[in-house]
Design a protein around this ligand. Sequence first.
Ligand code: KG4
Ligand code: ZN
Length: 339
Amino acid sequence: MTLVLAIESSCDETAAAVIEDGRTIHSNVVASQIDLHRRFGGVVPELAARSHIAAIQTVVSDAMVPVEGDWKALDAIAVTRGPGLVGCLLVGTRFAQAAALASRLPIVGISHLAGHVYSAWLGDVELEPPFLALVVSGGHTDCIMLHEHGRAEHIAGTRDDAVGEAFDKVARLLGLPYPGGPSIQRAASGVSPDAYQFPVPHLPDSFSYSGLKTAVRHAVDRLPDGARNAVGVPEDPSTVAELAAAFQKAAVMQLVDFVARVAEERNVDRIAVVGGVAANLALREAVAARFAGVHVSIPPFALCTDNAAMIGAAAFHHIHEASDSNVGFDVEPDLLTFA
Ligand code: KG4
Ligand code: ZN
């Protein structure tokens, strides 16, 4: 049995978890900073880093409750080393490295993206590679083939905005609160998505979301005089709802069309949808409808958004790399590793 303490602080969630053999969650503690960043409409890196400093000790202590705070009960420490915001990554890695030194535990740095891919493996005991993973979050829109544990192929990424970023930016255009994904989903609920037609790019090897965002802006700009308030947001809630629904439909369609093409080309029979945007109900419904004969894995909400349990799951396949001689490894804000 391998018991790992995993720590995640790459963006705006301070998280720690104790995970057994990559798949059994003993604890999964997340301190979200959503309230802190809401009034700015997005994550402010310096505030995020300072908030991690304030929260990390408590979050780790809470995660250690199942082992009664006993560091000797652990076999290793895993921590997100990238990608992410540099100040935020530094808080988690330096805390983890100090803890590893103090408790003489081996430590391993883990990719946040591998964490998202492995959130599906963690959430579904029947899921084993090879599987196709769609990582959709505030920072990423990636299609990955996990051929085997530790070996991934990056099939496509976004050439501009990430899909979650598009949700967040369009929510601002529509005067909906941060984070934009849940707000847009709520506004669009039960509303016809066909009042507006937005573009759905079908690029051969990438995703693109900036054109969709611009199309929503143009639709808002074209509203008749008096339909927008002083800051340019549509006044009429039903107009907001129709724009949100049409945007959500186009955003989801691009993802599902792309995955469907790749799945067919490669004869894939297992698909995972992970990351914060995987919480989106329209995406879940579209995936369920389109991939009826395929094993589809979408983790529960708590594993979709940033968390440390997924880092512990990914770490299980890198546990042989954990060492107490490399405690000073650096963070890698631009890391592009998916396994
Ligand atoms: O994975 P995550 O927690 O953090 C990153 O690594 O980025 O994802 C956060 C993103 C945000 O852009 C948020 O708007 C989006 O996930 N999101 C959603 C939903 N819930 C969260 N997007 C669409 N629909 C949702 N229900
Ligand atoms: Zn993430």
